[in-house]
Structures are given as structure tokens and as C-alpha cells.
Design a protein around this ligand. Structure first.
Ligand code: CUA
Length: 330
């Protein structure tokens, strides 16, 4: 049993050490978290090797000869040995706790010139609000994808509209629960340009596996251009924006062939909205309780899209849905 354990443990250790299974480290905080991770892993591998090695040796060396059914001779404990094997783990665990605490404090360190983005989780989509970016109608910019400038420290203020979700961009490492009624925080300084997944890592219901978005890290100038484009879209609308909003906010729950989404939490919109007029579609978005599709429950779809988005944004969404389901002119 022990030999099998050692063999499997050794094989797993080789997999752990030689396969690059951590995602890219794309933030300043990621380097700190990875250091803690590897220090703890190496300590675990050493402790495992010693314990398994001594066990395997003892099993082989002190095994009973064939036919020996006697009890072993009584032994007295070894006080020195017991002190040693209590002291070593105490020192190791205390050391790991102190080291992790210092690393976490470093990772959460917030420079004065940071910016703030509010993250809201709800079944089953993420919404990102930029309190410092104003759009049409004195509202803060709200999007379904996270767009940030490189090398800028961001303080994420995280909350939930319903159950507990968990906000995580694996490449950034920092992970934080989104809890209804309170605001939690995490700090990230992205150091790599590119597109990364935003995932929910707390089992939150039927659509949990599809509760994903994406984080795009842009250069400072591209970021500013993006902000201006968002302000223009929030003012002017348009079906292209509608399709983006749909994919980011609605696709994890609703199937729509045109957008290539396959969510099954809410009604299939290719069927439910076929030939529907703009008024019905708008009502279904801002007041989802008005009419419930057969076989579905009231209260599942969030009722706050009317508050989160500007009228031109909502109209874009309606325009797109009408086109995509054959109700309006293409
Ligand atoms: Cu939200 Cu899992």
C-alpha cells in the first residue's frame, strides 16, 4: 500500500513540477501569489517524501516473518522524537502563515493613484461599472466585459445581487467572493496586454459554468479610445452594440443562434422572441416579471437591466434581438 502510495505520489509530483499548469502570470500580484504557491508546494513535496520514505522502509524492514502470529514486543514512546516531530510542523506551519500574510498584504497594497471598478455578480452574468467614467444621462459607464489599461493598479469593489459568486481572472490570480449585502475588495495591477477569461468560481446555480466574461488589457491610449467609443455608443446606440451586450450579459442564460450562445437557464430566444415587436422585447428586458414564458419561473431573470443601462444601450439590445429573431428588417 505504501509503495503504491509512493509511486503515485512521485508520478503526481513529476506532473506538478514539469507541466506548466499554472496560467500565465499577468499581474504584479500574480508573481507574489506564485511565490507563495511554489514555496508551499516544495515544502509539501519534501515532507511527503520523508514521511512516505520512512513508512515504506519501516514496512519492509520490520515486517513479520511468514507464520509469525505473535504480538510485537511492547515498546515505550520516544520523548525526544515526539518533541522533534511536533516542533518541525509547528515551525513550518507558523512560517507559512507569516509568509502568506506578508505576501497577501503586499498583493493588496494600494497606491494613491489607483482607479476603481465595481464588479457585480448575479445569476448568471458579471457587470462592470466605472464610477469615474460618465456616460449619457450622468450615469457611470456599465459594461459586460472588463476593459482595463495596462500597468494601472485597480481596486475592484465586488458585490452580488443574489447568491454568492466569486470573481476571478486566473492570469491575475487574485480571487474574491461576491456576496450580497456587502462589498468585498481585491487589487490587481495588470502587466500583460491581451484578453483573459473572467470566471465565476463559486457554485451559484444552473448557469454557474457559463457565468463567464472576458477581461481585456489595453495600452493607455487604446483604453482611452475604448472609453470614448463606449461613451459614443451609450449616446447613439446601434445593433452592433446590442449584439455585444447580448453576448456579454444574456448569453449565459439564453440560447440565440445569431449570437452563437447556448444558455438554457432562460427561454430559447430564437423561439420565444420569434417575430416579437420592439415593445414586447423591451418589456421583457426591463420588466421580466410582466410575462413569464411557459415552463420558466418568475424572479430568475435579473430585474435591474433598466437601471444599469442607458436608453440607447437598451434600444440597441432590442434592435439587435429583433433583427436576430426575424422580427425587424435586417
Ligand atoms: Cu456565479 Cu458561479
Amino acid at each position: 500500500m505504501t509503495l503504491v502510495g509512493v509511486a503515485v505520489g512521485a508520478a503526481l509530483a513529476i506532473v506538478a513540477v514539469f507541466i506548466p499548469w499554472l496560467p500565465d502570470a499577468a499581474s504584479e500580484q500574480a508573481d507574489i501569489i506564485d511565490s507563495v504557491y511554489w514555496v508551499v508546494t516544495i515544502i509539501c513535496v519534501v515532507v511527503f517524501a520523508v514521511v512516505a520514505g520512512v513508512s515504506a522502509y519501516a514496512v519492509y524492514k520490520f515486517r513479520a516473518p511468514p507464520g509469525d502470529t505473535d504480538d510485537g514486543s511492547p515498546i515505550h514512546g520516544h520523548t525526544g522524537l515526539e518533541i522533534v516531530w511536533t516542533l518541525i510542523p509547528t515551525i513550518l506551519v507558523t512560517g507559512i502563515a507569516v509568509y502568506s500574510g506578508v505576501a497577501l498584504a503586499q498583493a493588496e497594497d494600494l497606491p494613491d493613484d489607483h482607479s476603481v471598478i465595481q464588479v457585480t455578480g448575479q445569476q448568471f452574468a458579471w457587470t462592470f461599472t466605472y464610477p469615474d467614467v460618465e456616460v449619457e444621462g450622468d450615469r457611470p459607464l456599465t459594461t459586460g466585459e472588463l476593459v482595463v489599461p495596462i500597468d494601472q493598479t485597480i481596486r475592484f469593489e465586488i458585490t452580488s445581487k443574489d447568491v454568492i459568486h466569486s470573481f476571478w481572472v486566473p492570469e491575475w490570480r487574485m480571487k474574491q467572493d461576491a456576496v450580497n449585502g456587502i462589498t468585498t475588495h481585491t487589487t490587481v495591477t495588470p502587466t500583460q496586454l491581451g484578453t483573459f477569461p473572467v470566471v465565476c468560481t463559486e457554485l451559484c446555480g444552473l448557469g454557474h459554468a457559463l457565468m463567464r466574461s472576458r477581461a481585456r488589457v489595453l495600452s493607455q491610449s487604446d483604453y482611452e479610445a475604448w472609453v470614448e467609443e463606449q461613451q459614443r455608443l451609450a449616446r447613439e446606440g446601434g445593433a452592433i452594440q446590442g449584439m455585444e451586450l447580448f453576448t456579454q450579459q444574456c448569453g449565459s442564460c439564453h440560447t440565440l443562434a445569431d449570437a452563437g450562445t447556448e444558455g438554457e437557464v432562460g427561454p430559447n430566444l430564437d423561439e420565444a422572441l420569434q417575430g416579437a415587436d420592439a415593445e414586447f422585447i423591451m418589456e421583457s428586458i426591463v420588466n421580466p416579471s410582466a410575462e413569464i414564458a411557459e415552463g420558466f419561473q418568475d424572479g430568475v431573470m435579473p430585474a435591474n437591466y433598466g437601471e444599469m443601462y442607458t436608453d440607447p444601450q437598451l434600444e440597441s439590445l432590442v434592435e439587435y434581438l429583433q433583427q436576430a429573431t426575424g422580427g425587424g428588417a435586417r
